[in-house]
Design a protein around this ligand. Structure first.
Ligand code: CMC
Length: 429
């Protein structure tokens, strides 16, 4: 007999099924709760709510475990390419040689963006935040590919949209950067790999030769893999909810980019470096900033510390910390802001306030450090996160569509006024 739970409401007992995941995590299926009892559940921020069943990513925050399709993040970051991981997330299995060649070739064929999009960039003010540009650009791709807007789209159309998105996001990200630099656009090089091509579009100039640095390329590959999926986080849930209305994939991903932008989510990596710079400008007194973070009357938080689901060391942070140390050493980077980061990490890791609350440095703490060492400007950090997260968004959107999930539509507990009569303007206080 399958397991059930009893809920007693106003003395009456109701029975609800228990759903068990492949890692034995359990959920109470309350999909019939309102119909049977008239009650709903209240769960701010959906902290206890499973919005779907998903076979993509397994995350155990208490034990610091993260796996994509069963493969540990540690092994993937060590052995795989980002494009392989994208295939794995989206299609469920690691590609064989033929599948990988086809996938890579198809992505390479779609790296150019329509020339008209250059005019959109021209219209943005210089210094426009690249996440704002990226979100707009990705949404506008849907207007160039109207077949993507059809809710009854064919598998072929969906495949094309997926390949186009993976191909064009780095091109648009690099164009946003070049726009802000006031430099000419660098077109994609189809003889380079995914990360190498992106680096060239970002950093090459018409005035000098450019060679991709393998240390930098490998660090970017690792960072993108570590960010590729993180189950039902804020931006991914956004993509699924927007997509559940049958909005096209470009618009759904554009909404995901907007959600990622916030400093409590992907925007934290930018906030980390800004915080470190403020600490340096203020004289570098770390204890003062630690005390501020602990002071309940002060809204300041140590950016890059703590995580919504990891109350243990974030497994991605462990890998990135090692990568950050390697990159800094291999590139011979000497940067006072990075010294402050290292000291802050030590002070916080030994402070009982942070230890007791399980507030460890998260993935954004170290990724910000690496991006800075690679000369990626601060406002591009979250764009780098978006590049990594794209396959996860796509995989989650595809799963939601294939499972024919209903439109996302939470309920509420209404706390406003009861019905009252309209008062004419002259009779109002
Ligand atoms: N600095 C100081 N205190 C903190 C911090 C911090 N960074 N994070 C949490 N706390 C305290 C908080 O004040 C609370 O204390 P108390 O129990 O005394 O009231 C306790 O720790 C629990 O905090 P919470 O807000 O209930 O934790 P949460 O799980 O809801 O929030 C978080 C998680 C990531 C929003 C939060 O830790 C935070 O704001 N961190 C800084 C921003 C950041 O680095 N975000 C990136 C997250 S990783 C990227 C991603 O996956 O999106």
């Amino acid at each position: 007999m399958s397991e059930t739970v009893q809920i007693i409401i106003e003395g009456k007992e109701y029975e609800f099924p228990v759903v068990e995941g492949s890692e034995q995590e359990k959920a109470i299926d309350i999909s019939k709760l309102r119909a049977q009892t008239g009650y709903i559940t209240l769960d701010y921020g959906f902290k206890n709510t499973g919005s779907t069943k998903s076979a993509i990513t397994y995350l155990d925050g208490e034990n610091g475990i993260l796996r994509y399709r069963g493969y540990s993040i540690e092994e993937l970051a060590e052995k795989a390419s980002f494009v392989e991981v994208a295939f794995l997330l989206i299609y469920g299995e690691l590609p064989n040689k033929k599948q990988l060649d086809y996938f890579q070739d198809s992505i390479t064929q779609h790296t150019l963006v329509h020339e008209n999009m250059k005019r959109f960039f021209e219209a943005f003010p210089q210094g426009a935040h690249p996440m704002g540009m990226l979100s707009s650009m990705i949404s506008s791709l849907s207007t160039f590919y109207p077949e993507s807007q059809n809710p009854d789209r064919s598998v072929v159309d969906i495949e094309k949209t997926i390949h186009r998105l993976i191909a064009k996001l780095p091109t648009l990200a690099a164009q946003a950067y070049k726009h802000n630099m006031g430099h000419p656009t660098v077109y994609p090089s189809n003889d380079l790999g995914y990360c190498g091509n992106f680096l060239k579009m970002m950093f090459s100039l018409p005035t000098e030769d450019y060679e991709v640095d393998p240390v930098v390329e490998s660090a970017i590959n690792k960072l993108l893999i570590l960010h590729a999926d993180h189950e039902q986080n804020c931006s991914t849930s956004t993509v699924r909810v927007v997509g559940s209305s049958q909005a096209n994939l470009y618009s759904s991903v554009s909404a995901g980019i907007a959600a990622l932008w916030g400093p409590l989510h992907g925007g934290a990596n930018q906030a980390v470096i800004e915080m470190l710079e403020s600490i340096r400008e203020d004289g570098g007194d770390l204890q003062k900033w630690i005390d501020k973070a602990k002071d309940k009357n002060d809204s300041f938080r140590l950016m890059g510390f703590g995580h919504r689901v990891y109350k243990n060391f974030d497994p991605r942070a462990r890998i990135i910390k090692k990568a950050a140390d390697e990159v800094l050493e291999q590139l011979g980077v000497d940067d006072p802001v990075l010294d402050i980061a290292k000291k802050l990490e030590q002070v916080a890791l030994n402070d009982s306030y942070f230890v007791e609350r399980g507030l460890y440095p998260n993935v954004d703490f170290y990724s910000g450090i690496i991006y800075r060492a690679l000369n990626i400007p601060t406002d591009m950090f979250t764009v780098m996160f978006a590049l990594g997260r794209l396959p996860g968004w796509i995989a989650q959107w595809k799963e939601m569509v294939e499972n024919r999930e209903p439109i996302g539509r939470p309920r509420q507990v209404f706390t406003g006024s009861n019905e009252r009569s309209f008062v004419g303007l002259s009779d109002r206080d």
